[in-house]
Design a protein around this ligand. Structure first.
Ligand code: PMP
Ligand code: GLN
Length: 389
């Protein structure tokens, strides 16, 4: 019998690809998949172009270019006061997606339990299951996406190997408070387990908030693997350059997975990201400020079109509640509604139910606001027309 692996074959095409294809086929404005529609950081592009033409294009070292590993360590010291040994504690990966897979494949033994928060990014659970892990879910309650301490405690057991935390959180646009991080750290320490932290949106936090890596909490430095990505930090999502920072005894097993998954990442892109991570503080501040203004623009537009929005504290995203939306058909869920919005209103969004393995809400949809203002305005006009506003 020639059939695929049962776990992976059980999943369809990712919602991001599916909605982008639908948007393309219907000429819809794509506020679904999360990516900016500008060229990205121009000086970073220039460094990459020069490195491509003038630099080395053969295999770089498996752990990443020293220049990028040094830059990741320096960035951690500058923004979070973390002391990182670049030679023993930093590894470059092909995007955060590979970093996550390498962490999960490198750390999980079959039968290990993994604590996860729903809603969650779509790549986590398939990889955990494929690695033989058993997911244990904790639900975050909208609209504040709060965590119930009792439910959190109940998800941990003597078999817990690790917890996966996405902060800031896609699609909920939640930035975890220090109190919530403490609650989580207490459980991780009490159960002597690990934390894999997906922090790809670390610089996209709004309204004067500060991103606090779980790794900086007392007792967590030696238990945490922190993942970042150039895609979000330099508005270059197609580049797929990620990095993992962790204590040497945690990074080593992850490197064992990385060496068989991808082994290395294009050297010219690595050189450019090393340059980018050293940019002055103003770059990072302006990036967040520009996105904050776009969040406000789209959120106000959605409200004026009759779609109330949930708070957006960070990321590229704002979630809208479709419960009272004009024209919502009886029994229509978020996925059907998003498809109809794409084909009939000409605006693509992502159903939040796609971020759940079980017990998904069906009244929330996610819009991406990292687009030119004129595009956001056109999308709002189309929605207003569709809703007869
Ligand atoms: N984690 C989260 C929460 C994401 O939203 C994304 C999407 N970009 C990724 C990981 C993947 O990042 P990368 O493109 O660097 O693989
Ligand atoms: N992270 C992006 C999002 O949430 C999608 C990345 C992808 O398409 N795999 O929209």
């Amino acid at each position: 019998m020639r059939s695929g692996n049962a776990i992976l074959s059980g999943y369809g095409t990712t919602i991001f690809e599916a909605m982008s294809r639908l948007a393309g086929a219907h000429n819809a404005i794509n506020l679904g998949q999360g990516f900016p529609d500008d060229r990205g950081a121009e000086d970073v592009l220039q460094v990459a172009a020069r490195a491509l033409l003038e630099g080395n294009n053969q295999y770089p070292p498996m752990m990443g270019l020293p220049a990028l590993r040094q830059a990741v360590a320096a960035h951690a010291a500058r923004f979070y006061g973390l002391e990182v040994d670049w030679e023993r504690e930093v590894m470059v990966t092909s995007g955060a997606t590979e970093a996550l897979a390498a962490c999960l494949f490198g750390l999980i033994e079959p039968g290990d339990e993994v604590v996860l928060f729903q809603p969650l990014y779509d790549s986590y659970v398939p990889i955990i299951r494929r690695a033989g892990g058993i997911p244990r879910f904790v639900r975050l309650q909208p609209p504040g996406w709060t965590v119930d301490p009792d439910e959190l405690a109940a998800a941990f057991s003597p078999r817990t190997k690790l917890v996966v935390l996405n902060n800031p959180l896609n699609p909920a646009a939640k930035v975890w408070s220090v109190e919530e991080l403490r609650l989580l750290a207490d459980q991780v320490i009490a159960h002597d387990c690990l934390a894999v932290c997906d922090e790809v949106y670390e610089h996209l936090v709004f309204d004067g908030r500060r991103h606090v890596p779980l790794m900086t909490l007392p007792g967590m430095r030696e238990r945490t693997l922190r993942i970042g990505s150039a895609g979000k930090t330099f508005s270059l999502t197609g580049w797929k350059v990620g990095y993992v920072t962790a204590a040497p005894d945690l990074l080593q097993p992850v490197a064992k997975a990385h060496q068989y998954l991808t082994f290395s990442t294009p050297p010219n892109l690595q050189a450019a990201v090393a340059y980018g991570l050293a940019k002055d503080d103003a770059y990072f501040g302006l990036l967040a400020a520009a996105l904050e203004a776009k969040r406000d623009r789209l959120a106000a537009g959605l409200v004026s079109a009759g779609l109330p929005v949930l708070p957006s504290e960070g990321t590229y995203f704002v979630v809208a509640d479709i419960t009272g939306a004009r024209g919502l058909r009886p029994g229509e869920d978020d996925a059907d509604f998003c498809r109809r919005l794409t084909t009939d209103a000409g605006v693509a969004a992502i159903p939040v139910s796609a971020f759940y393995e079980e017990g998904a809400p069906t009244h929330l949809i996610r819009f991406c606001f990292s687009k030119q203002d004129a595009i956001l305005d056109s999308a709002v006009m189309r929605l207003k027309e569709f809703f007869g506003r």
